[in-house]
Design a protein around this ligand. Structure first.
Ligand code: ATP
Length: 444
């Protein structure tokens, strides 16, 4: 198979697995879906929450100088005037007059030819604003127009002063937020990679301009280290794209890109945004958002270093990296080959970390009690239906790193068999040691 076909096949398999096992499926599917909107099912929402918690732990909880925020999705529309989104947050689009396909001009090699049908009849490029509009209040007129936020960081800038005063943080310090963002993407595609409603995890770090480049380098290194060490991304799965064409206010910008099945794509941006955001909000609100440096008796407009990552893209990256198939001989007489699907997910983000499987339904009570004691410490699941082989397969397919089998011997020796998803090695572990054993194995 050619590489392109293989990649498409991989993408199709991931999408099918996500649907079949309840990770992600189209929103409002019984009504034919809604382009660019996706629902996260039972396993997907667990995995999403785990990624969120990991990011929050690393970026907020482990640091004394980063505070959290949970702002509204809809805010005063002037915020988006000040940020430039109302005037500039648009894509230049062109349509094929023949096949009606629509493209972003900046993503076309040649804007005069339709990549789908080869026609030369393309419309003049037009601007499409990506902000999603709504109305607040009883009257649906221009005065009551508001917008769903296009990024989670603007409320961070708007609340900068309140957070600083409330926490008495001194520069340098950061404010982080996780939440939904909305963009009226013209061409949602590649599964959840380009959606119209998605979750961002952003952190804005405020510092003295003199130290801007130092902090930019620091956060770049921190974020790369996070992907390598916490999410296990190998070197060849990730690359850094250095922006040469910068926004007029920016001093430096890089994207962390990963190898999705459809090719390299942005996962996270680390940007040195200078004093642009706070200056604009000072100007538009009439409030002085400068920081008062009491130690040095001066006022300054803080410089901002931003780290901005999509949660949906993180999950897609993890699934792309984790998906694997192994050929395994079946137990059937003809020994035909059959495929074992495995998600090699890191334990920290696997939707289920431990599955408890009784060897026989007769052991239900003991096995279920064991599951209940484990469920307090790990994301766990109890499964007694089907053969042990089938149950292992079901767990492999959703990325469960450890399966525990409670068998008849367990009644006498108070020990269980722990099976490792990746090596398929089995070890006998005493129940009193189980929690320690699993914690060490999972490194959590
Ligand atoms: P792209 O060039 O792919 O449109 P962007 O540069 O506009 O992305 P940013 O505005 O920097 O993206 O947003 C920060 C992060 O938010 C991105 O790195 C990405 O992970 C995520 N993100 C942005 N747009 C989308 C989307 N439509 N669907 C899912 N995630 C998104």
């Amino acid at each position: 198979m050619a590489d392109e076909e293989k990649n498409q096949a991989l993408m199709d398999k991931i999408v099918a697995l996500c649907k079949r096992r309840g990770f992600v499926f189209p929103s409002s599917e019984i009504y034919g879906g809604f382009n660019g909107f996706w629902d996260y099912g039972p396993y997907g929402s667990r995995m999403k929450r785990a990624i969120e918690n990991l990011w929050w732990h690393e970026m907020v909880e482990m640091r004394d100088n980063v505070e959290g925020l949970d702002s509204t999705i809809i805010c005063n529309p002037t915020v988006w005037k000040a940020s430039g989104h109302l005037d500039q947050f648009s894509d230049l689009m062109t349509d094929c007059k023949k096949c009606k396909a629509r493209y972003r001009v900046d993503q076309m090699e040649d804007p005069t030819t339709c990549p789908a049908c080869g026609s030369k009849e393309m419309t003049e490029p037009r601007e499409f604003n990506l902000m999603m509009k709504t109305f607040v209040g009883p009257v649906f007129d221009d005065e009551h127009v508001a917008y769903l936020r296009a990024e989670t960081c603007q409320p961070i800038f708007v609340d900068f002063h309140s957070v600083q005063v409330a926490t008495r943080q001194k520069l340098p310090f950061g404010i982080a937020q996780i939440g939904k963002s909305f963009r009226n993407e013209i061409n949602p595609r590649n599964f959840t990679f380009r959606s119209r409603e998605f979750t961002q995890m952003e952190m804005e770090f405020f510092c003295d301009g003199e130290e801007g480049m130092k902090w930019f380098e620091y956060w770049k290194e921190q974020r790369i280290k996070y992907y390598r060490e916490k999410l296990g991304f190998p070197e060849d799965f990730m690359r850094i794209y250095v922006h040469e064409k910068l926004a007029h206010y920016a001093h430096a910008a890089i994207d962390i890109e990963v190898k999705y099945p459809f090719g390299w794509g942005e996962l996270e941006g680390v940007h040195h945004r200078g004093t642009w955001d706070l200056s604009r909000h000072s100007e538009f609100s009439g409030q002085d958002l400068q920081y008062i440096d009491h130690d040095n008796h001066r006022k300054l407009m803080p410089t901002v270093i931003e780290t901005s990552v999509g949660l949906d893209r993180t999950m897609l990256a993890l699934l792309s990296l984790a998906y694997d198939e192994e050929k395994a001989a079946t137990q059937k007489a003809d020994m035909e080959e059959d495929t074992r699907v495995i998600l090699h997910l890191p334990a920290a983000v696997a939707p289920i970390q431990v599955a408890v499987l009784p060897q026989s339904k007769k052991l239900k009570e003991n096995a279920y009690n064991l599951y209940k004691s484990i469920d307090r410490h790990f994301r766990s699941e109890y499964d007694e239906t089907g053969s042990i082989g089938k149950r292992y397969r079901r767990q492999d397919e959703i990325g469960t790193p450890y399966c525990i089998t409670f068998d008849f011997d367990s009644l006498n020796d108070n020990a269980v068999t722990v099976r490792d998803r990746d090596t398929m090695q089995q070890e006998r572990v005493n129940v009193t040691q189980l929690r320690d054993y699993l914690e060490k194995k999972m490194d959590i």
